[in-house]
Design a protein around this ligand. Structure first.
Ligand SMILES: [Zn+2]
Length: 236
């Protein structure tokens, strides 16, 4: 009975102020949480986790030793699915990201990608950005995975410099520029010795940030690192 009333109230609220699917812009049904069924069903999945030594893993070869890497879906600038990334970052809907990564764990179960992960951490945000935005979207993504797997989320890294715009820089310059942006959160990092850590970010474009952060995590004794991003640009 209670559930029926709640459903009725949700449906009434949707009529009064319809919630919209960020991908197609259509009004959501009361039982559709963040995306409509149709857009969720046609999410452009990378399915990297199903491929041994996939494109994303090859991207890190020779840079930092990682176990596995995957991204949930592809995005391209101007693709309707890119609005998911924009919304979780700027439109105060990080919970949509958390919901999506919880779904990702279910969707990828058959691949065993998440089977041996001990703890989840996220690419941190500098406090100036945190003050501006109010939250770190990557932390929400990481927490979605940690919750689904019933393993701890641990803040293992700190951003000590705000991230500068990288677009005009070459790969080497970009790497040197990002390298000093992050440090280990010493107290928390010590809990991660000997663990298989999943490092989470919202999107992979050049992979420089993930390389720098994974390298720091590798400096904790006997760690293994896997990478997960919500989205991936098509990697060359
Ligand atoms: Zn839709």
């Amino acid at each position: 009975m209670l559930k029926t009333i709640k459903q009725w109230l949700n449906a009434a609220a949707d009529v009064a102020m319809p919630r919209l699917c960020p991908v197609c812009g259509q009004a959501l049904d009361s039982d559709e949480r963040w995306l409509c069924r149709k857009c969720l069903a046609s999410l452009p999945r990378t399915r990297y986790e199903e491929v041994p030594f996939n494109t994303m893993e090859q991207h890190f070869a020779g840079k930092v030793p990682i176990e596995r890497a995957t991204a949930y879906f592809f995005y391209e600038k101007g693709s309707p699915y890119a609005s998911i990334l924009h919304d979780i970052k700027y439109h105060s809907t990080p919970r949509m990201g958390q919901w999506l990564t919880t779904r990702a764990v279910g969707d990828m179960a058959a691949s065993h990608f998440f089977d041996n992960i001990d703890a989840v951490t996220a690419v941190p945000l500098h406090r100036s950005k945190l003050a501006q935005r109010g939250y770190n979207q990557s932390e929400y993504l990481a927490r979605g995975i940690a919750d689904a797997l019933h393993i701890p989320y641990i803040e293992a890294l700190k951003a000590i410099r705000p991230h500068a715009t990288q677009t005009r820089k070459g790969a080497m310059e970009r790497w040197q520029n990002i390298q000093g942006n992050y440090i280990l959160h010493e107290k928390n990092a010590s809990q991660l010795a000997g663990k298989h850590i999943l490092l989470v970010d919202d999107v992979i474009t050049t992979g420089s940030t993930l390389t720098v952060c994974a390298t720091l995590l590798k400096s904790i004794p006997n760690t293994r690192i896997s990478l997960f991003t919500l989205a991936a640009a098509r990697l060359e």
